[in-house]
Design a protein around this ligand. Structure first.
Ligand SMILES: NC(=O)c1ccc[n+]([C@@H]2O[C@H](COP(=O)([O-])OP(=O)(O)OC[C@H]3O[C@@H](n4cnc5c(N)ncnc54)[C@H](O)[C@@H]3O)[C@@H](O)[C@H]2O)c1
Length: 249
């Protein structure tokens, strides 16, 4: 039975991805640092194993990887999804906030990949890193978040370049806005309305839609795809001068 490690699996996109892997017949190691939420989320999910771990802490990541290897014997996919968002102006982003965002969003992807790669080499497995449209297009208020996600996009390419000779693929999904706890915390009603205007499909995405893109990249269906960034974003990244006033309706 194939095995995936999904970080940030207690809710949102990570939980939807877990459920989709399970529906595909995979086993899933559900990783999160929010213990009560993780235990709650894993309740009743067959073939899912919750493991409490903060992906920004090397010792915890190493212990988690050893536990997965012992419990499941193999790892076929790693989804680096755990992330935190913080929106504020450049000048108000003090070093502690910058570090907090980088610790999870960038260090976490580096550390978890580093620990799991030896297992992926054995299965010719796949990595999918979750970035964001904020890593593709700059905006106000996202100096730390956007920069961390842009770095994740490049880290993905580094991984693809180096791991190809072991048959390990590395790709990146850059979601547009999705109604999760993370987005609810930082998207005001004005921001929501502006997103609707700026997105060709005119709406937020769903957790399931993002999960489908993630899981596709882990499957053999994507066996010749590596080093790519797929924006699952309703077309947001495609439009430069996508002014609402230029629409025909
Ligand atoms: N929701 C959106 O609009 C959106 C858009 C673009 C990208 N993303 C990205 O998608 C990913 C998932 O986001 P979401 O909206 O589902 O968020 P969410 O806040 O609903 O879920 C994130 C999960 O990650 C966990 N987590 C955070 N830091 C962690 C750490 N250091 N170690 C272990 N677990 C940790 C949290 O406890 C939480 O359960 C994130 O990387 C986010 O940046 C989200």
């Amino acid at each position: 039975m194939k095995t995936a490690i999904v970080t940030g699996a207690a809710r949102g996109i990570g939980l939807a991805t877990t459920k989709l892997f399970l529906a595909e017949g995979w086993r899933v190691a559900m990783i999160d640092r929010d213990a009560p939420a993780l235990m709650d989320a894993a309740q009743g999910l067959d073939h899912a194993r919750p493991i409490i771990c903060d992906v920004s802490v090397p010792e915890q990541v190493n212990a988690m990887t050893a536990e997965v290897a012992k419990a499941f014997g193999q790892v076929d996919a790693l989804v680096n999804n755990a992330g935190v968002a913080d929106f504020r102006p450049l000048q108000d982003t003090d070093f502690a906030i910058w570090r907090e965002v980088m610790a999870t969003n960038l260090d976490g992807v580096f550390l978890t990949s580093q620990a799991v790669i030896p297992h992926l080499k054995e299965t010719r497995g796949a990595i999918v890193n979750i970035a964001s449209i904020s890593g593709l297009r700059a905006s106000t208020l996202r100096v730390a978040y956007g920069t961390s996600k842009a770095a994740v996009i490049h880290l993905t390419r580094q991984q693809a370049a180096e791991l190809g000779e072991w048959g390990v693929r590395a790709n990146c999904v850059a979601p547009g806005p999705v109604d999760t706890k993370l987005a609810l915390a930082v998207h005001s009603p004005e921001i929501r309305a502006a997103y609707h205007d700026a997105i060709p499909l005119n709406r937020y995405g769903t957790e399931h839609e993002i999960a489908q893109t993630i899981v596709f990249l882990c499957l053999d269906k994507a066996s010749y795809v590596t080093g790519q960034v797929i924006a699952a974003d309703g077309g947001f990244d495609a439009v430069g001068v996508g002014l609402p006033a230029l629409r025909s309706r």
